[in-house]
Design a protein around this ligand. Sequence first.
Ligand SMILES: [Fe+2]
Length: 423
Amino acid sequence: MPSRFADLKREIRDSIPSFEVKVTDAWTRLLAQLKESTAEIAREDSSIIPQVKFSDLEKLSESEIQNIKRRGSLVIKDVVDDADAAAWKTVLGEFAKANPDVKGVPADDPQFFMLYWTKPQVEARAHPNVLAASAWLNKLYHLKDGAEVEGVDLETPLTYADRYRIRRPGIAWDVHPPHVDGGTIERWEDPNFRACFADILNGRFEKHDPYDLQGRLDSRSSLYGRPNQASIFRTFQGWLAMSETAPGEGTLKVFPDVLLSNAYLILRPFFRPKANVSQDDLLSPESWQFDVDDSGFPGIFPRDGGFAGPRPTPELHPHLQLDKTMISVPKVYPGDMVFWHCDVIHSVEQEHKGKGDSAVMYIPAVPSTPQNLGYVQRQKEAFLQGLPPPDFPKTGPEGQFIGSGKEDHIVGPAGRKAMGFMV
Ligand SMILES: [Fe+2]
């Protein structure tokens, strides 16, 4: 990392009284809590990830909601009828055959499609239950003292057009190792984004609230304008299953403790292992020391004129115990949705040992905020022109493809509003 990032560390240190003492003390407490939490995660495996029925969302107890918030990930079952979701997969399978020019990864046999506006995608995003699930997730967030902010409406979800995948069995994927989306070095570099983690940087990580909306509203998650870097704020990333997919069949993996992973990722750049520490002693707090001279932010690296990551690894982030704590989400059926908080460390299973395709449409939860409303208007223009949405690589027009979605495929007022057609 360029040397100016050591200056950034010192700037953060100098902005917080007694920073070194506070965070060093917090680091010790954090490592003790991580030891317990990672052991629990490894023990519980997929059962640690909450599963709820769509029809039960409004009936959950306070403790169930608190558990969902701490884990940061959940499966919502039966959001869409199985038959409808499976039918979308069939149509998407035919789309690529009818339009051999579609782009995707791998290029010679696409399974992850650079397509945003097929009819099933346009329909799924406007489905009333998909939007209701999104609103429910958005409302897990709050403004600290119940304050109201102009232009913020957690009841009104917005659409964020993303892609889909139809992953076939037996083919290894290495493209999605553990990572966090929605901003890289910006978490530290942008003062607004950094404010989301103020309690962590003040040495009070126990008080950190990943669901506090205030700082998120004007966080700049894409200071360098790198393609594929979301410029909007998603409360949760998500996908809609169009096939049965069990652990081991190319599904999503998550680190299911968003409070502690946030605390650890944010504080990690301020500590380094002492010299000559043995592998056996590496996890002990005594083996680490405060350091603001090194410009490195472990897991963040330069790419495409900006930065990528956070991409935690077992070597750089040993206390996360990632080889035991990246947990596959429980088995899903067509019409189930999986969501993970925007800060959650996640990855995609490298192997797909199942028999059928693992197919999902990426559909996140997006609240109405001034920044998001602005994006949705630009996104709508892209849709009307059949072009990729503004945050994504310029892969060329798709509106001319056979089976492309049109405005009248957005059925219902909630769906139209989410796409910015009714303001
Ligand atoms: Fe991701």
